[in-house]
Design a protein around this ligand. Structure first.
Ligand code: ARG
Length: 465
C-alpha cells in the first residue's frame, strides 16, 4: 500500500475553492443519506470499470488487486452496517472512493481514471432499477397466479356486471377478476419493455464528452450484464427517461390496483356484502366496536397518489434541463426509490390479499335479481324472433316498468304476462331470462360464459408458465 502523491483536499473537488461550504449548503447538496441505497451497485460498477482499466493497461494489475481487496472490505462493512457514511463526502460515490483510498492508498485514487460521477451515477441507477424491475415482475406473476386461482374457482359464480354502477348484465365473478388479470398482464409487458431501455451502459461517457483513455465499453457492458452501451455520451449522462418510464408503468399498475381496491372496499361494505376480506388486511375502530375497515385496499388507493406524484416530479425535473448533466438530476432518486418501494410492497400485499377474499355468492345473486339484469337478453330474444332491435328495446322497457310496479323480477312473469309485451314471446323465453342462460349465451372469446372464463384462465396459466 503506497501513498506517494499529495494529500487529498477536504473534498474530492475542493482544490480550486478558497472557502468551504456552509453546513447548510453541505446538507442541501449532499445525497448520501438516500443514495447509499445504491452502494452495492456502485461497488459492482467500480469493479467492472477497474477490471477494464487493468485489461487496457490504464492501471496496473497490482492496482486492480488493491481495488478489489479494498472493495471487498467495504462491501463487508456496508453489509454489517459498520460503514461510516459521512455528509462531508457528499454522496455514495465519494464516500466509497474515500474509504477505498484510506484502505489501499494510490490504487483507490486511480479508480476514477476515465470516469466521472456523471456516468457513474447513471450506471448505478440503471443497475439498481434493473433489480427493482426484476422484483416487480416476479411479484406481478405471484399476484397473477393467485388471481387466476380465485377466478377459476368462480368461473361460474354469477354477479351483477355494472355500468354507471347500475346493474347492467350478469357476469361471472371469475370474468370480473380476469379483467384485472388482463390489466396486470399489460403492466408486466410495460415493465419488461422498460427494462430493455434501462439495461444500457452509460459508463465510458465520463463527464459528458467521453474520455481520451483507450477504454473498452463493451467489456464493461458484458461484465455488468448490460445489453448494449449508450450510444451518445451527452445523452447517457443527462437523460433519465428510463426512470420516468418506470414511474409511468408504476403509475398505471397502481391505477389498476387502486380500481380493484375501490371494488373490494365497495364489495365489503355491508350495504353490498359481496365479499369478506380476511381479518389480516383490516383494522377495527378505536371508538366503534362493530367496525371492520378495509384499511389495506384504502391505502393502496391512497398510495396511488404518491406514485402519480413521483411521475410528475421526474417529468418536471427533466423538462427544463439543457444538455448535459445538471445537479437537478440528483433529485431523481428519492421519487424513484419511493415508487419502487411502494409498488413492491403493494404487490406483495396484494398477492396475499387475493387469497383472503371470501366470496358471498348468495349476495351477488341477490343483487342480480334486483336489477333486471337479463333485460338485454329478453330484447335479444325478441330480435332473434324477428322484431327490430329498437322495438324490442321498447317492449322490454315496458316489461321492466311493469316489474318495477309489481316489485318482481322479469323471470317471475308468467308466459301470458310476457306475451302482453310482445306476442313473439314463446315458452323458450325462460331459458334466456335465467342468469345461467344469460351467462352461457355469451360464449365467445372475451365473453363471460363460464366455459370462456375457464379457457381464459387456462391460457393465462400457460402464459405464466
Ligand atoms: N450525487 C450526484 C447525483 O446524484 C452524483 C453526480 C454528481 N456529479 C457532479 N458533477 N456533481 O447526481
Amino acid at each position: 500500500m503506497t501513498d506517494t502523491s499529495s494529500p487529498q483536499p477536504a473534498k474530492a473537488w475542493s482544490g480550486r475553492f478558497s472557502e468551504p461550504v456552509s453546513d447548510l449548503v453541505k446538507r442541501y447538496t449532499a445525497s448520501v443519506s438516500f443514495d447509499q441505497r445504491m452502494a452495492r451497485q456502485d461497488i459492482r460498477g467500480s469493479l467492472a470499470h477497474a477490471r477494464m482499466l487493468a485489461r487496457q493497461g490504464i492501471i496496473s494489475d497490482q492496482d486492480l488487486a488493491d481495488i478489489e481487496r479494498g472493495m471487498a472490505v467495504i462491501a463487508e462493512e456496508i453489509e454489517r452496517g459498520e460503514f461510516a457514511w459521512s455528509l462531508d463526502d457528499e454522496d455514495v460515490h465519494l464516500n466509497i472512493e474515500k474509504r477505498l483510498t484510506a484502505l489501499v492508498g494510490d490504487a483507490g485514487k486511480r479508480l476514477h481514471t476515465g470516469r466521472s460521477r456523471n456516468d457513474q451515477v447513471a450506471t448505478d441507477i440503471r443497475l439498481w432499477l434493473r433489480d427493482a424491475i426484476d422484483q416487480v415482475l416476479a411479484l406481478i406473476r405471484e399476484f397473477q397466479a393467485n388471481l387466476l386461482d380465485l377466478a377459476e374457482q368462480h368461473a361460474a359464480t354469477p354477479m351483477p356486471g355494472f355500468t354507471h354502477l347500475q346493474v347492467a348484465q350478469p357476469v361471472t365473478f371469475g370474468h370480473h377478476l380476469m379483467a384485472y388479470y388482463e390489466m396486470s398482464r399489460r403492466d408486466a409487458e410495460r415493465f419488461a419493455d422498460c427494462r430493455k431501455r434501462v439495461n444500457r451502459l452509460p459508463l465510458g461517457s465520463a463527464a459528458l464528452a467521453g474520455t481520451s483513455y483507450p477504454i473498452d465499453r463493451e467489456f464493461v457492458a458484458r461484465e455488468l450484464g448490460f445489453d448494449e452501451v449508450c450510444a451518445n455520451s451527452l445523452d447517457a449522462v443527462s437523460d433519465r427517461d428510463f426512470a420516468i418510464e418506470f414511474c409511468a408503468a408504476a403509475s398505471l399498475l397502481m391505477t389498476h390496483l387502486s380500481r380493484l381496491s375501490e371494488e373490494l372496499i365497495l364489495w365489503m361494505s355491508p350495504r353490498v356484502g359481496f365479499i369478506d376480506l380476511a381479518d389480516r388486511f383490516c383494522t377495527g375502530s378505536s371508538i366503534m366496536p362493530q367496525k371492520k375497515n378495509p384499511d389495506v385496499p384504502e391505502l393502496v388507493r391512497g398510495k396511488t397518489g404518491r406514485v402519480n406524484g413521483s411521475l410528475i416530479s421526474l417529468l418536471t425535473l427533466m423538462k427544463g434541463q439543457p444538455l448535459a448533466y445538471n445537479k437537478d438530476n440528483q433529485e431523481d432518486k428519492e421519487p424513484l426509490f419511493d415508487t419502487a418501494d411502494t409498488v413492491i410492497d403493494t404487490l406483495r400485499i396484494y398477492a396475499d390479499m387475493v387469497t383472503g377474499i371470501r366470496v358471498k355468492a348468495e349476495a351477488m345473486r341477490g343483487a342480480l335479481s334486483q336489477g333486471y339484469a337479463t333485460a338485454t337478453d329478453l330484447a335479444d330474444y325478441l330480435v332473434k324472433k324477428g322484431l327490430p332491435f329498437r322495438d324490442a328495446h321498447e317492449a322490454v322497457a315496458r316489461a321492466v316498468r311493469e316489474a318495477e310496479t309489481r316489485g318482481c323480477d322479469l323471470p317471475d312473469f308468467s308466459l301470458d304476462e310476457l306475451r302482453a309485451f310482445s306476442p313473439l314471446v314463446g315458452e323458450d323465453v325462460f331459458a334466456v331470462l335465467t342468469v345461467e342462460g344469460s351467462l352461457a349465451s355469451r360464449n365467445h372469446v372475451g365473453g363471460t360464459a363460464p366455459e370462456q372464463v375457464r379457457a381464459a384462465v387456462a391460457r393465462a396459466r400457460a402464459a405464466l408458465g
